[in-house]
Design a binder for this molecule. Sequence first.
Ligand code: PMP
Length: 383
Amino acid sequence: MGWQSRIEAALTEQHRTAAYRRRVPLSGGNQRQLVHEGQTCLNFSGNDYLGLSRHPAVVAAWQRGAAEHGVGSGGSGHVTGYSEVHQRFEQRLADWQGYPRALLFISGFAANQALLAALLQPEDRVLADRLSHASLLEAALHAPCSLRRFAHNDAAALSRLLAKPVSGETLVVTEGVFSMDGDAAPLKALAADAQAHRAWLLVDDAHGIGVVGEQGAGSCRAQGVRPDLLVLTFGKAFGVSGAAVLCDDATAEFLLQRARHLIYSTAMPAAQVCALDAALTALIEGDALRDRLQQHIRRFREGVAGLPLQLAASATAIQPLIVGENQAALDLAAGLRARGIWASAIRPPTVPPGSARLRLTLTAAHQPGDIDTLLEALHAACG
Ligand code: PMP
């Protein structure tokens, strides 16, 4: 077929199914507002749930860190890229979450890939919620072991799978708050099941940390669960980027031997760690930000009732409107865009077929009037 024709055929197929993805260059701060081709829009698509990406203390910490440590880490953490700044922040994260150890990764995607690749052997199995993030499912697919997905948030379905024998180890995988639906996993039931079968539980709380639980300690603390492996990412409520895996001592040491994304990759710059440290302080002290976000969520959910759209059962910053067909989701996004609202249409394979949606996200950086503007635009676009 040849490389060129293979690539062209794939692109044609993306167009045919209204699944073609584009990046658009934005300006204007990309927080509460953003600017696209001269048009200022209210941003309802970001993951900066607490508005920390522009928090003065976080920005200042990054600047000070850059002045002191430079802008690059200069190497893998196994060579010269790991500093006392990294070590102190890892320990602070571990203490905060009640784990012996935390290991920093450059991204959540890398953390999940590294974790599953390092841990799983051919005789093992992964049992994953079927709506788990691509970074988890893809890592499980590439791992040498078997993968079974269980029905979304269905602890009974997990129990049935756990009851089947396996010669190796079992890893149960789920998220604290689901990235495309905003709903919470029944962590207590999943953890009890996993423990009863001597399986390990991995919870990726990318979207719960900072938003859910007292002092933003996340979904696990809120539900009184301590998974064997906890993945936190810093590109959402922390307002920065990067990730951490929280685990016991031996697992951390094992990952330092086997996690290729750590060993063969340049470490996070120390200046970024300084920003994360300031973000963690702001997040822990951020009850006022969480209250404000909750008020926005209530305002939005009350206002959206009556629209001919399916509102997901979400109490979090992620408030998707399920539209169904790809083109309908693109049309609604375009209708909102014309009214100054930036809302991304999310289509399969990111979400299941027939459930294309607007993944609306609210943030503490919004003002109450912004939510009203969004609601007016939605009513107009659907009317
Ligand atoms: N896990 C989940 C649940 C996510 O939603 C995402 C990204 N949105 C990731 C992991 C990947 O994290 P990162 O963006 O830091 O690579």
